[in-house]
Design a protein around this ligand. Structure first.
Ligand SMILES: [Zn+2]
Length: 782
């Protein structure tokens, strides 16, 4: 419509003028009230009557000490007893019961608000009374059937009403599959399958793959086997990876996995509810049918065609009954022939010669897997508790831990649930005793259904992606708080390096032998066991996936950290703590074997609480830009030293130069930013907020809206889970994934893909640099 005022426009103008005058009136009234008539302020004076002095005060150093002193080992023990004495699998009645219990506890502690948020999601369980089993069938007759559950080893662990889910892998499809070809594929890593294909010409089509747990995330093993055409995967825990070579004892006498233990887990490869991929599972949500979802995500579909989760044995090449060997529960007798495997492929099942397998010599012998695992819609619950920030309530320090466990879950996750509840109690107790309140809002999150594939945390971050994406300062995770007592280790985004080291330096060493050796703090023992190239700094591990930080880091670009007490990796070459995801993760295990007295659990609570305090209360956020630019510089040099020659030989010389220029530019901008930050007027809340916003958002510059190639959910091009092991973090995953095994990659566009990923990274490093400049200078002026 051209010319003249339409009645609509006039009406809009009228409403606008009215709204404006109303706003001006309200503002005038507001400031009229706030500015005291008698204010003897100069034009530069402070006139914000009614605004607390806290606005221009830095954190009170006394609070840190009070907080550390407040934490009680006995409380942690009691919390663990409360949460790990009965099974608490996601989607079962215990999910809501524990959520309600926690809500009540947090309200009693004095949190300002506690909500329970339920999401109706797709979960997965084996069929009641018809568990997954493996069998051997000879001439149509079952000659062996595996046991159906893990043996009860300590009757006091199990209450009569406890319902223990039999071993299974979530989201495996149901079905019966058989084959007379069983192939041993070591850990089921890409290099293992590749080695078998190239050196032994193994054809996996329609075979059943036997792989040991460990080294990489189980679903990556299943995916690789599926892509090669295998019918099923049998995963088992080899004693080599979960027991001691020198100590034959096991639970309930020691920390080592008994032969009856089985690892459960998920094989789902998308985070969250797969029927509402990328969106929250709200009541109003559109849900895909299961089948189109699986068709859309081809890799998932292949994974879903796989069967898995059996604990079994390799036996000698003549048929023997292996019931007395490592795992009576899922022992089966298997005639595994073929050549003997190389040394590094051998496990340590007593009396077994490890062979590659292949076709059974007897044509009428078959291995059969029977899977009843199926998907069901169930509710899982997040509990969200708030401590409102005194000065910046709209800046969120999100603190989380999952609540669901496969069975008793005393290590994973309840060791951390116990820690989180004591940390929140200590914080609220110090608030009451000292009239203190953190500067920023702390949001405590107890997640549901993490074990099924990060379901609760993913649905929450999808639900509140805008608020969190814009205003969450950091996410502090704890999953397994304590799995061993040799030293503390951290996973953290590089911006957190100085903060985690400073916190660890404040924690008294709970190990008297370490103190006697002159290592008086948790930091000292950490540095001693995990040194970095810098002799004054311990190594911090990359945050990958495999826990609830994934969507915060990989989707929203929020800096994350996670503390843990762990075992000495140099001493025990095991794949995870031995009892991982088995029925033997009991309160007894923690109380009597792993951490009697809970003094190591106390230390991890202290460090976590101290970090929560620091991030929520420091006037300038304890996020370090220099650590990030140094990290980018060091890690990119590693990529180019490995691949630089072949990149240059394939016309990527200028791409490397552009990339390196962007990194140099970022370092300059970081140096300028750090220098200017030290000069700001801390009495000016706007100047403080400007610096903090730059720090908070720096990490978000690395988000690429289209996501990583083939993995649109992961937007963070700086650090996302490795495509080849979802447990591990990869640096510049777009670049390194496209370079992975490029020499044997037959894609004619493979170098174009590297070039594209290089250009995206270069652009986003430049974006990070520009975000730190003087706010009125998008571009750099020398
Ligand atoms: Zn966990």
């Amino acid at each position: 419509m051209a010319g003249g005022w339409s009645t609509t426009k006039v009406a809009i103008l009228g409403v606008t003028v009215f709204a404006l005058s109303l706003t001006i009136g309200v503002l005038a009234g507001y400031f009229g009230r706030r500015v005291p008539e008698t204010a003897n302020s100069s034009p530069d004076g402070v006139v914000l009557t009614g605004v607390t002095a806290k606005i221009i005060s830095d954190a009170d150093p006394r609070i840190s000490k009070l907080l550390l002193n407040e934490i009680s080992a006995e409380n942690i023990r009691q919390n663990l007893k409360d949460y790990a004495s009965h099974p608490h699998l996601a989607g079962t009645p215990a999910d809501l019961q524990q959520a309600e219990h926690l809500k009540q506890t947090w309200l009693e502690q004095g949190l300002d608000r506690v909500d329970i948020l339920g999401y109706d999601v797709l979960l997965s369980y084996p069929k009641d009374g018809d568990p997954n089993i493996i069998s051997l069938v000879k001439a149509g007759t079952t000659v062996f059937e595996s046991q159906r559950e893990e043996k009860e080893l300590r009757p006091e662990d199990i209450h009569p009403e406890d319902k223990i889910v039999p071993p299974f892998n979530a989201y495996s499809p149901a079905g019966d599959v058989e084959s007379n070809r069983l192939i041993y594929a070591n850990y089921g890593r890409e290099e293992d399958f590749h080695w078998l294909s190239v050196n032994k010409s193994v054809n996996f089509t329609d075979a059943i793959v036997l792989a040991r747990y460990g080294k990489i995330f189980r679903s990556n093993k299943v995916k690789l086997a599926a892509e090669l055409g295998a019918k099923a995967v049998i995963l088992y825990s080899d004693p080599h990876d979960y027991t001691s070579p020198t100590d034959n004892s096991s639970y309930p006498n020691s920390w080592w996995l008994p032969s009856t233990g089985v690892q459960r887990g998920t094989v789902k490869r998308v985070d969250g509810d797969p029927t509402t991929y990328l969106y929250p599972s709200l009541d109003s949500a559109y849900r895909e049918d299961a089948s189109p979802i699986y068709l859309r995500f081809q890799l998932i579909q292949s994974a879903m065609e796989m069967l898995n989760s059996f604990y079994t044995y390799l036996a000698k090449s003549k048929m023997v009954l292996v019931k007395d060997l490592y795992s009576p529960s899922f022992a089966c007798y298997i005639r595994l022939g073929g050549e003997e495997v190389p040394e590094s492929w051998r496990g340590s099942i007593p009396g077994v010669t490890y062979r590659f397998g292949g076709e059974f010599p007897e044509s009428d012998l078959k291995v059969k897997v029977h899977i009843t695992t199926h998907n069901v819609r169930r509710k899982t619950y997040n509990v969200i508790g708030y401590i409102d920030g005194a000065v910046e309530p709209d800046r969120y320090v999100v603190v989380g831990n999952h609540r669901d466990g496969w069975v008793y879950g005393s290590v994973d996750p309840s060791s951390a649930t116990a820690v989180m509840i004591e940390a929140s109690r200590a914080l609220t107790s110090v608030m009451k005793s000292s009239n203190w309140r953190p500067r920023r809002t702390i949001v405590f999150c107890s997640w549901g259904a993490e074990e099924h594939g990060l379901v609760g945390s993913t649905e929450f971050t999808e639900h509140f992606s805008k608020i969190l994406g814009q205003k969450a300062v950091a996410y502090l995770n704890a999953d397994i708080a304590l799995e061993g007592t040799d030293f503390m280790r951290f996973k953290a985004s590089p911006m957190f390096y100085p903060a985690v080291m400073a916190a660890a330096k404040k924690i008294p060493n709970p190990n008297p032998a370490e103190v006697a050796a002159g290592r008086t703090t948790a930091f000292d023992t950490w540095l001693y066991h995990i040194p970095s190239d810098d002799p004054t700094k311990p190594r911090v591990f990359a945050v990958g996936s495999g826990s609830d930080y994934s969507s915060f880091l990989n989707v929203l670009g929020i800096p994350c950290l996670e503390p843990r007490y762990t075992w000495n990796y140099d001493k025990w070459k095991i794949s995870s703590y031995p009892m991982y995801h088995s029925v033997y993760e009991t309160f007894f295990l923690m109380d009597n074997i792993t951490d009697p007295g809970f003094k190591y659990s106390k230390a991890v609570t202290q460090v976590w609480a101290e970090l929560v305090r620091d991030v929520s209360d420091a006037m300038i956020l304890p996020l370090d830009a220099k650590s990030l630019s140094d990290y980018i510089s060091v890690e990119s040099k590693k990529i180019f030293s490995k691949y630089g020659d072949s990149m240059r030989a394939n016309n990527l010389t200028s791409d490397i130069e552009y990339f390196n220029e962007a990194v140099t530019q970022l370092q300059k901008d970081v140096d300028d930013f750090v220098a200017s930050t030290s000069q700001i007027n801390k009495d000016n809340p706007y100047a403080v907020r400007e610096v903090n916003d730059k720090l908070m958002n720096l990490h978000r510059n690395f988000l690429d809206p289209q996501g990583l190639p083939g993995r649109p959910i992961y937007k963070n091009i700086l650090s996302s889970p490795s495509q080849f092991n979802s447990y591990a973090g990869a640096v510049f995953p777009g670049i390194t994934d496209s370079l992975h095994r490029i020499e044997i990659n037959t894609d004619p566009d493979k170098w174009k893909k590297v070039q594209k990923n290089m250009s995206i990274a270069t652009y986003l490093i430049g974006s990070a640099a520009s975000s730190l400049r003087k706010s009125t200078h998008f571009t750099r002026t020398e």
